[in-house]
Design a protein around this ligand. Structure first.
Ligand SMILES: Cc1cc2nc3c(=O)[nH]c(=O)nc-3n(C[C@H](O)[C@H](O)[C@H](O)COP(=O)(O)OP(=O)(O)OC[C@H]3O[C@@H](n4cnc5c(N)ncnc54)[C@H](O)[C@@H]3O)c2cc1C
Length: 422
């Protein structure tokens, strides 16, 4: 799609071409400028979008802006906490996107965005403009009362964005005395990776059994019940980890004192040797800053046929920042990115978009340090509600956690990451 200014630039370029090359090429016309798409955030959603925009939209000028030189996957990061993986085994760079898919990869922090003008500014002052912008900035966290300062957040890590906090939780777990109390707090949904906190509870309970005899894990869940894989985790909590893991529903954490290691909660005060508090989530900072957080003032509303923002046309929001009926998960982020890339490619050619998109989500959850279960669902577009609905026959969870599923988890992870970054 060409705007008036680009059209004038193109016209100027054509006339210049004629003047330079003379009569023999007087009738040769330069190709029209490529439509420009900027993708913000090179995580599960953004990296996939950039790659598939190139595969399906060869005539596009694509820029991917990411603040970090490499991506660190949250998926499998619970295994870093237990020392079964290293963080660098979960890191992926942008070389293939740059070299194989000719995407302009810019390392920078998007500090301001004018969604109507489709312009943005990086923290270093660089300004950019595009025909369409795809936002995939992941999530931000609310501060838990008592944990407002960086020092307090270091003492009570959430480890819900893989990186320094994951290593901090690993080191604190290693240093925890045998016979100690570990408290894990789970925020109200929606949060990223619905089974993730329960998976973390299971693997930590198993770690405590094996490495810290006599220790206890108390799980304080703000939700009325286990949010995902209810059968699997009920079994795990009541049977596999009985005696080590204590699960409480509907608990509101009112305040945490990071120095004293105490929690004030709706079921009373408690003391812990180690606290892992996962805060409530909201869309990545740039979504609110640009006024795109039109769902509960926290998430970006989107049309799931295109992932175009319902607040401002021409801006697309994918991955955890978007509000849809699908889970906030890396696998779904990858799927949403493909629907969005396909829609943008068609829209830029003046075509209509696919009216029946289908996405799927698969996920493995560790139940012990060597066994895993799984969860899967297919979502199809429902024109009546204009939302993605679970195809009932497709939804399921593993009957048992097994060592074989644990091995399959690695295969699933590797193929998802190849599809996203390679
Ligand atoms: C412990 C844990 C386990 C999980 N396990 C699974 C699992 O088994 N399966 C699964 O499917 N999902 C899992 N998830 C969820 C998954 O990690 C997220 O849903 C997924 O990463 C979301 O992708 P995203 O692209 O929206 O966000 P992210 O992957 O977080 O990517 C966002 C990117 O945007 C960049 N960014 C943000 N703002 C800016 C800015 N202003 N300028 C430049 N760059 C910016 C960030 O640096 C980041 O790289 C897990 C999550 C956790 C925490």
């Amino acid at each position: 799609m060409i705007n008036r200014r680009q059209f004038l630039e193109w016209l100027a370029a054509s006339s210049a071409g004629v003047a330079i090359t003379g009569a023999s090429t007087a009738y040769a016309q330069p190709a029209p400028p490529k439509a420009r798409v900027i993708v913000v955030g090179g995580g599960m959603a953004g990296a996939t979008a950039a790659k598939f925009l190139r595969i399906w939209g060869t005539q596009l000028d694509i820029t991917l802006i990411e603040r970090s030189p490499q991506y660190t996957s949250c998926i499998l990061s619970n295994l870093v906490v237990t020392g079964q993986r290293t963080l660098d085994q979960l890191q992926f760079n942008y070389a293939a996107l740059r070299d194989k898919y000719s995407i302009r990869v810019v390392q920078g922090d998007v500090a301001a965005l004018d969604p109507v003008a489709k312009t943005l500014k990086l923290a270093d002052g660089t300004a950019m403009t595009a025909d369409r912008i795809v936002l995939a900035p992941g999530v931000e966290f609310d501060a838990i009362p008592g944990l407002e300062s960086p020092a307090a957040q270091q003492r009570v890590p959430h480890a819900w964005k893989a990186g320094a906090q994951t290593l901090s939780l690993r080191d604190r777990l290693r240093a925890m005395p045998a016979g100690g109390v570990f408290v894990l707090t789970i925020p109200k949904a929606p949060y990223r990776c619905p089974p993730g906190p329960y998976e973390r509870a299971c693997i930590i309970a198993d770690y405590l059994k094996k490495n810290k005899r006599g220790s206890k894990l108390i799980v304080l869940d703000a939700n009325p019940d286990i949010v995902a894989e209810r059968v699997t985790f009920n079994n795990a909590f009541n049977s596999t980890h009985a005696g080590v893991l204590e699960y409480h529903r509907n608990v509101h954490v009112q305040e945490i004192d990071a120095t004293a290691g105490t929690l004030r909660t709706s079921i009373g005060n408690m003391q812990a040797q180690l606290i892992n508090a996962i805060p409530a989530h909201r869309a990545g900072e740039i979504i609110a800053a640009a006024g795109l957080n039109n769902i509960d003032a926290r998430w970006a509303g989107v049309d799931v046929l295109t992932y175009e923002s319902t607040a401002v046309p021409g801006i697309h929001v994918i991955g955890d920042s978007s509000a849809t009926t699908q889970p906030k998960a890396g696998h779904i982020a990858n799927q949403q990115a493909k629907v969005c890339a396909d829609a943008i490619t068609r829209l830029l050619q003046g075509q209509s978009v696919d009216q029946a998109p289908v996405t799927n989500s698969a996920c493995y959850s560790t139940v012990t340090m060597s066994t895993a279960s799984w969860l899967t669902a297919v979502f199809a577009y429902d024109p009546a509600t204009r939302s993605m609905k679970v195809v009932q026959a497709s939804a399921g969870e593993g009957e048992r956690a097994t060592a074989e599923h644990f091995k399959d988890m690695d295969k699933w992870f590797r193929s998802l990451m190849v599809d996203t970054f390679a």
